[in-house]
Design a binder for this molecule. Structure first.
Ligand SMILES: Cc1cc2nc3c(=O)[nH]c(=O)nc-3n(C[C@H](O)[C@H](O)[C@H](O)COP(=O)(O)OP(=O)(O)OC[C@H]3O[C@@H](n4cnc5c(N)ncnc54)[C@H](O)[C@@H]3O)c2cc1C
Length: 479
């Protein structure tokens, strides 16, 4: 039955295609009001960081433009969603409100309250799965428990997936006769007051079209070698879709369907499956966040609450600024600062360095990433940091300490990644690019490097730091 007016509340689903909440509203109501609410209070202490806000600004602009092409627009408000939606339902006479679900603890609680209030006011409310292959509660172990190990989780999810057929974008989004008041995207003041985002513009095209273009490029030129290239920060080997996925400009269902519709031979099929399993880690992260919501701040493995983390502001700052004296660590941290993104292999290296070489709590790392990543995502970031620190599900054991020199030599063999992000080392020969302190005075002088002046001396000795980390671990295990 058609309803007069519907409101589609858009959050992490800033797209028109494969959007079940929009699809339902457009096919069940005469008019649709697309609504975005900027709300800082309801994010449970995880309001978007500076880099995410930059992305959000441009993503909202792109969405508003796409809606305009279909005779519609985005209604933008700022404040408490509960009050704003109730007010809009009242003023527009909307009989239906739809949204796609979120899985962060604060969002789940907020959605529950809003749904209850709208229903008791007589309004129909429909929520949908718009950002995962399967809902977190749909996959469980044989004992009816959440999974804590990735491989059986992913196997079970794939076995239960069935056909994946994303929705096309609606041709038109029927507009109301008169539009409710709306702010402009600019009014939200999401862009930085000082100009630190110059490199972001070159690196990214937020919005649905930019996401689709990334996926097309990935399928055409990167996917076939993804399994071999995904660990190489010096090569463009991964999809770079993470921020697009976070903001819901593209869905895992679209990715899954497009990967499987491509004509894949044996070798490419294998590589495609490795890629899909990374998308599977995103599913796993959401599964864990849903079932263990406290893990955003607390270790999943509770005994790690007693771990003797250090508290060194100067070590933390050297890490944040990319001034540790370990080139692969510094390159990663500077890439993060420059473009709001860091290669996955390097995220693991800098994470290991912070938590093991510097013995700083993983929560410090997750907070810094939260503020600086364009793809900052509560589920993925929590999983990543708990994995690195050895305290999460299916995590790398704490005693596996990454050696930043060997990691650099293995995954950035010609030092191209370091040269790009740590230009003061660019003229060092390959042999020394990952360990400048070991080069002779002559080699350093020829490359224009003066340790302690143009580039820092290592802030810790890795082998000593490793021993200290293992000692702390053994003490904590025995304690
Ligand atoms: C310490 C740490 C923190 C991290 N924080 C985040 C974060 O805040 N947001 C985020 O999206 N990813 C995070 N990751 C996971 C991963 O590093 C990024 O998703 C990946 O680097 C994004 O690049 P891509 O899109 O080219 O990935 P691809 O290799 O092309 O993978 C495709 C997609 O799969 C998903 N994915 C890939 N690897 C992982 C993973 N390990 N865990 C969960 N999902 C994954 C992402 O959505 C990604 O876009 C973190 C990893 C670590 C080690």
């Amino acid at each position: 039955m058609a309803e007069a007016t519907s409101i589609v509340w858009l959050r992490r689903d800033l797209r028109l295609a494969d959007n079940p909440a929009l699809e339902f509203a457009a096919s069940h109501a005469d008019t649709v009001i697309p609504l975005f609410i900027w709300d800082l209070d309801e994010e449970g202490g995880w309001s978007p960081g500076e880099a995410s806000r930059w992305w959000l600004h441009h993503s909202l602009t792109a969405l508003d433009d796409s809606l305009a092409e279909r005779g519609s627009k985005l209604v933008i408000r700022s404040g408490n969603p509960h009050e704003i939606i109730a007010d809009l339902v009242d003023s527009t006479g909307a009989a239906l409100v739809t949204w796609n679900r979120r899985y962060e603890p604060a969002a789940i609680e907020q959605d529950r309250r809003i749904k209850e209030a709208l229903k008791s006011a007589g309004c129909e409310v429909r929520s949908f799965n718009g950002s995962l292959l399967r809902e977190p509660w749909e996959i469980e172990t044989g004992q009816g428990e959440p999974y804590k190990v990735f491989t059986p989780f992913w196997k079970s999810l794939r076995a239960n997936l069935g056909d994946v057929e994303p929705y096309a974008a609606p041709d038109t989004v029927p507009a109301p006769e008169s539009w409710p008041d709306s702010m402009q995207v600019d009014d939200l003041n999401l862009l930085p007051a000082i100009n630190w985002d110059a490199d972001f513009h070159d690196a990214w095209t937020p919005g649905e079209a930019g996401a689709q273009q990334r996926l097309d490029e990935f399928l055409a030129s990167r996917m076939a070698n993804y399994d071999e290239m995904r660990d190489r920060p010096d090569r463009a080997g991964t999809s770079e879709l993470s921020a697009h996925l976070h903001f819901g400009e593209i869905t895992p269902r679209q990715i899954y369907a497009e990967v499987n519709h491509s004509n894949l031979n044996g070798r490419t099929r294998k590589s495609a499956d490795v890629f899909l399993s990374e998308v599977g880690w995103r599913e796993f992260a959401h599964h864990l966040l849903y079932h263990f919501p406290e893990t955003t701040d607390q270790p999943l493995r509770e005994q790690f609450e007693r771990f003797p983390w250090g508290n060194s502001e100067s070590a933390l700052q050297a890490w944040q600024k990319g001034q540790t004296g370990y080139p692969i660590v510094d390159a990663g941290m500077r890439q993060l600062w420059a473009i709001g993104w860091m290669h996955n292999r390097v995220r693991m290296i800098v994470g290991s360095f912070l938590t093991k070489d510097l013995l700083q709590p993983w929560q410090q790392g997750s907070k810094w990433f939260w503020d600086t990543l364009v793809d900052a995502d509560l589920a993925n970031n929590t999983l990543g940091w708990q994995w690195v620190a050895g305290c999460g599900a299916d995590a790398s054991p704490f005693f596996r300490v990454f050696n930043p020199v060997l990691q650099g030599e293995k995954f950035d063999p010609d030092g191209e990644y370091v040269r790009r992000w740590v230009p003061e080392l660019a003229d060092l020969p390959n042999k020394w690019i990952h360990k400048p302190w070991a080069a002779s005075d002559q080699v350093l002088a020829d490359a224009g490097v003066t340790l302690g002046e143009t580039y820092p001396e290592p802030i810790v000795d890795h082998s000593e730091a490793r021993k200290a980390a293992l000692a702390a671990y053994n003490e904590f295990k025995g304690g």
